[in-house]
Design a protein around this ligand. Structure first.
Ligand SMILES: Nc1ncnc2c1ncn2[C@@H]1O[C@H](COP(=O)(O)OP(=O)(O)OP(=O)(O)O)[C@@H](O)[C@H]1O
Ligand code: SF4
Ligand SMILES: [Mg+2]
Length: 363
């Protein structure tokens, strides 16, 4: 098959994901009638019960990806492609074919989203309890039972349920507000939780402890989790698999251990080298020079070529498709083997440094 005919994103996933909770196929978002894309032909599956970490620089399209999952890209953006949600029981649902009312039901009950900056979304004049009750009522759920579940969730998140429910939002600390928001997003027992930079406003210690709590919640309630962040090491400690976004596309997708030990895309390797880790002295941390591109006037060929130390003629002429690195790892790069050989990682084992289980892949 000629390379142009391969829907490589689908291929990458069709061979690896056995039981998808959501299939995303050729998702594109445009704000200018197709002149440019702020999400560009993204295909990926979210496996049932997996934690998928989505990482990329500011403006790379992470929030567009998140909002696409619920057909909620900000107006007047136009989303095309196919988003198929597979409930644990029942027929698959084509999200982009749903009416507004059907979408409203899907949201929170099946796929729940904590939007970027949502910490300010609590209404300051309403007690936290009212937010839970209104959400339950809006979805015709049994409020008494729902509030019992809310209390359980708040306890799971190491909060005093009655104290938090009786508080006004301003009476909670940042960490408490974020945990209350996570409990609210789960109060209708969704199968999928999408969190867009949920811990960005918190200090490092609080970010880590929230991630630990999320890991516990995910296991207890069997949810699939999409966690979006620009902080690669933070999510590496939690995610089963990582998807690295650059210029509105996924440029590498791999199980976390493989990605951290054996990343194949130059951007991923440079991103890993640019983040703090215990092995590398600060002097060895290498920020990635240059700017991530805007949607208008994307560089020709591989959009990363102006910043890539391995770029050659071919990279400027044509766009790389996914290349197989293994049966679960793929990278959009013509020269991924050269990248692994020539862009050396500045740490021994990032996951071990962070006190999580170390990788078994070797470099
Ligand atoms: N409402 C909008 N109208 C037009 N373009 C938009 C709109 N919102 C975002 N964009 C563009 O879409 C691109 C992707 O934005 P997105 O918000 O998904 O990035 P992001 O990766 O989430 O960034 P950040 O880390 O800063 O949250 C950006 O280049 C931005 O300029
Ligand atoms: S395709 Fe070329 S420019 Fe793009 S990341 Fe690979 S080596 Fe670099
Ligand atoms: Mg964003």
């Amino acid at each position: 098959m000629a390379i142009e005919e391969v829907d490589a994103g689908s291929e990458l996933d069709e061979r690896s994901i056995v039981d998808p909770a959501i299939e995303i196929r050729n998702a594109k978002v445009t704000y200018d009638e197709g002149e440019s894309y702020v999400l560009d032909d993204v295909s990926i599956d979210l496996d049932r019960n997996e934690v998928l970490g989505v990482v990329g620089e500011s403006g790379s399209g992470k929030s567009m990806f998140a909002s696409s999952l619920l057909d909620s890209v900000p107006d007047p953006g136009v989303l095309t492609g196919r988003i198929t949600y597979h409930p644990r029981d029942g027929e698959p649902i084509e999200v982009l074919d749903l009416s507004k009312e059907e979408l409203r039901e899907l949201r929170w009950e099946e796929i729940s989203m904590v939007f970027q900056g949502a910490m300010s979304s609590f209404n300051p004049v309403l007690k936290v309890r009212t937010h839970f009750e209104e959400t339950l009522e809006a979805h015709d759920a049994n409020v008494a039972e729902g509030m019992d579940f809310a209390r359980e969730l708040l306890s799971d998140l190491y909060l005093d349920p009655d104290r938090v429910l009786d508080a006004y939002p301003h009476e909670l600390s940042g960490g408490m507000t974020q945990r209350a928001l996570i409990a609210l997003s789960m109060v209708l027992n969704p199968e999928v939780l999408v969190m867009d930079e949920p811990t960005a406003a918190l200090d490092l210690l609080m970010q880590r402890s929230i991630l630990q709590l999320l890991e516990d919640l995910q296991a207890k309630y069997d949810i699939s989790l999409v966690f979006i962040t620009h902080d690669l090491p933070l999510i590496a400690a939690l995610a089963d698999r990582m998807a690295i976004m650059y210029a509105f596309r996924f440029v590498e997708v791999a199980p976390t251990q493989d990605l951290v030990a054996n990343a194949a895309h130059p951007y991923t390797r440079m991103l890993l080298n640019s983040t703090p880790n215990l092995d590398a002295p600060l002097a060895e941390m290498k920020p990635i020079e240059g700017q991530s591109p805007a949607p208008i006037n994307l560089p020709s060929g591989c959009a990363f070529h102006p910043r890539c130390p391995l770029a050659e003629e071919q990279c400027m002429q044509s766009e790389p498709d996914y290349h197989d690195v293994s049966d679960r790892q793929g990278a959009r790069c013509f020269r991924w083997e050269a990248a692994q050989a020539q862009i050396l990682l500045n740490y021994e084992d990032m996951l071990e440094d962070r006190g999580t289980s170390g990788g078994d892949a070797d470099e």
